[in-house]
Design a protein around this ligand. Structure first.
Ligand code: FES
Length: 434
């Protein structure tokens, strides 16, 4: 597909007030001189000033995955989302949409909602009980003897929210990138058959990785390290990301199995009218994406030791368990696996320049019964183990980036998606700093 790049607002926002001109010039130079095909220089993973730039140029500008609607199934349900200095309330509305509000009280700035999730009518600050409606309007702020003031000037600040196939995306930019409309249209046909509106959360796991958020994403974009994922390699072909000429001798048999499974999956997708083509625009559009439907090993149904289903209930109106996985990725911080029997969402949320929260959520059909239709431990085993292994890899790299001996190393051909992620990242930051 031809890339279509729309423009986004490019201003230094608050950076000019938090970093001095010489710091900004130095950082701009570092980005501009990025050596293509090589890992980033150490400060990208360790420097708090670069983290500040990223919080504005990346996380303050682009669309981020926040949650699925299964996490906020009823009106009034909410989740809070924290990254860097930001905290958002994602609130389900009566009409099935979402409102996204900055979680910063307009009285004296307290966090308004402190739980990770819950349900509320009005939004009440716990400090002096200023009360906001679901739109963020201030509706109650009384104090004995207080003169009246114009409450309409003190609503919670709003951010943007979009629901795409049951996934909630947010942006705190004044004018978020407009090519997300095109991306939504691409994603829709792939994920709609899984009908997230009829799913529920089976399990959610938050882990804090002692590593910069980019190391988390770099690790996610390649399978060069998949020998380190014995559980995952039972179902996910460890040849992911390779082409014919790149297959090492020890994976030739796996490659042949993958090729046969791919052909069978494509025939099945054609029969059911499911899209499977790879659409890869990781660094050729503002909202960098990759989506495809790919075969799984063994029975080809799910992320289990033998590839068999992990929940007995098919999602949505799907008619076949053997549909591999729809794999979806959105820059800068999310990736997804849609199987016939369950969905897994992943979001990486930076805490600071050396820590990242990784949130993994397993969704099953809303009528699936734990212990009857699925075993929670079996459902979550493969990716719980994979997450632990990935956390260790990320942390090893963070330790290395902090060493005076660290030097940039070359990406292998099979790491082309890591290179694309870094391309996307440096382009977006340079646009912002321009
Ligand atoms: Fe929220 Fe005072 S800071 S009511």
């Amino acid at each position: 597909m031809t890339a279509s790049v729309s423009t986004t607002r490019t201003s230094r926002g608050k950076l000019a007030s938090t970093l001095d001109e010489s710091q900004l010039a130095e950082i701009t130079e570092l980005f501009a001189q990025r050596r293509k095909g090589f890992s980033l220089e150490a400060p990208f993973y360790t420097d708090p000033a670069i983290f500040k730039v990223e919080m504005e140029a990346i996380f303050g500008t682009h669309w981020l995955f926040a949650a699925s609607i299964a996490e906020v199934p009823e009106p009034g349900d909410y989740v809070t989302l924290d990254y860097g200095p930001h905290s958002l309330i994602v609130l389900r509305t009566d009409d099935g949409g979402v409102n996204v509000l900055h979680n910063v009280c307009r009285h004296r700035g307290a966090r308004v909602l402190t739980a990770a999730s819950g349900s509320t009518g009005n939004v009440v600050c716990g400090y002096h009980s200023w009360t906001y409606d679901s739109e963020g309007n201030l509706i109650h702020a009384s104090s004995p003897g207080e003169i009246d003031f114009d409450k309409s000037c003190f609503a919670l600040k709003r951010a943007h929210g979009r629901v795409v196939g049951g996934l909630i995306f947010v942006s705190i930019a004044e004018e978020p990138p407009t090519d997300f409309d095109e991306v939504s249209a691409i994603f829709g046909p792939y994920i709609a058959p899984h009908d997230l509106a009829r799913t529920k959360v089976a399990y959610q796991q938050d882990i804090i990785e002692e590593g910069n958020w980019k190391l988390v994403m770099e690790n996610n974009r390649e399978c060069y390290h998949c020998d380190g994922h014995p559980e995952l390699a039972c179902s996910l072909f460890p040849t992911w990301g390779l082409t014919d000429e790149l297959v090492p001798p020890h994976l030739e048999e796996v490659w042949e199995r993958n090729t046969a499974a791919k052909a069978a999956l494509e025939e099945r997708c054609a029969r059911y009218g499911l899209p499977f083509e790879v659409i890869e625009e990781l660094d050729t559009r503002i909202a960098g994406i990759r989506i495809s439907r790919e075969s799984l090993d063994g029975e080809g149904e799910s992320f289990s030791p033998d590839g068999r289903r992990l929940s007995k209930k098919l999602l949505g109106d799907l008619r076949d368990f053997r549909l591999g996985r729809c794999s979806m990725h959105l820059q800068p911080n999310s990736w997804f696996h849609f199987q016939s029997d369950h969905v897994i969402t992943f979001g990486a949320y930076p805490i600071n320049e050396h820590q990242t929260l990784v949130r993994t959520t397993w969704l099953v059909a809303d009528d699936a019964v734990e212990g009857v239709d699925y075993d929670l431990e079996k459902l979550t085993h493969t990716w719980k183990q994979t997450n632990i292994q990935d956390k260790a890899f990320v942390e090893l790299c963070q330790q290395g980036a902090g060493s005076p001996a660290y030097q940039q190393g070359p990406y292998m051909k099979s790491e082309y998606q890591v290179e694309a992620f870094i391309n996307w990242y440096t382009q977006r930051v340079l646009e912002h700093l321009a």
